[in-house]
Design a protein around this ligand. Structure first.
Ligand code: GAR
Length: 191
């Protein structure tokens, strides 16, 4: 029995790809819950449309990130969550969560790490005029976008690419691979 929590802050297209794989019984988990930290983000709609429980926590309602994450941790424990999957969750995870979920928090980042860490990875890749962009699935540790790499996939950058066109091609690949890698990690399979 494996339960996962998706943490998202935005559109949730990766969350949707995970939901689809779960509904098609390709992603072998027993339960998915959603945790968000942005009011009215589209990920919440996706959870509601798919009967997935969603919880919202707003950092500004707490005196510190520690208190904020303690409340998140309470839900993770109550829901018996084994793995935490970050899918466009745009806030650093701190030790409060990490210490309870060591090597159990996974993120996808839209660059070939260690290049272009941070929140503007796609624009940074365009500005640098790289030929290859892509995404990296990695374990989360205390440093930003620096945990052990699990999987990477390259995406060609074209001369006429804009932020939107490159993001779209990277996300198409994330949607194909993210749930498959999650499946393998959970099952302890070689990647
Ligand atoms: C994804 O492309 C993911 O790689 C990126 O946010 C996007 C979320 O899209 N994550 C980061 O930049 C983390 N540093 P989505 O909300 O449509 O899944």
């Amino acid at each position: 029995m494996t339960n996962i929590a998706i943490m998202a802050s935005g559109n949730g297209s990766n969350f949707q790809a995970i939901i689809d794989a779960y509904n098609e019984k390709k992603l072998e988990v027993d339960k998915i819950i959603l945790i968000t930290n942005k009011k009215n983000c589209f990920a919440i709609k996706r959870a509601q449309q798919n009967n997935i429980k969603n919880y919202n926590f707003f950092l500004k309602d707490y005196p510190s990130k520690e208190e904020y994450e303690k409340d998140i941790l309470k839900v993770l424990k109550e829901e018996n969550i084994d793995y935490v999957i970050l899918a466009g969750y745009m806030t650093m995870i701190s030790n409060t969560l990490l210490s309870h979920y060591e090597r159990k928090i996974i993120n996808t980042h839209p660059s070939l790490l260690p290049s272009f860490k941070g929140k503007d990875a796609i624009q940074d890749a365009l500005d640098y005029k790289v030929y290859l962009a892509g995404f990296t699935i990695h374990y989360v540790n205390i440093e930003m976008d620096a945990g052990e790499i699990i999987f990477q996939k390259e995406v060609r950058v074209y001369k006429d690419d804009t932020h939107d066109t490159l993001q779209k091609r990277i996300q198409e690949q994330e949607h194909i691979y993210y749930w498959q890698i999650i499946n393998k990690v959970i099952k302890g399979e070689k990647i």
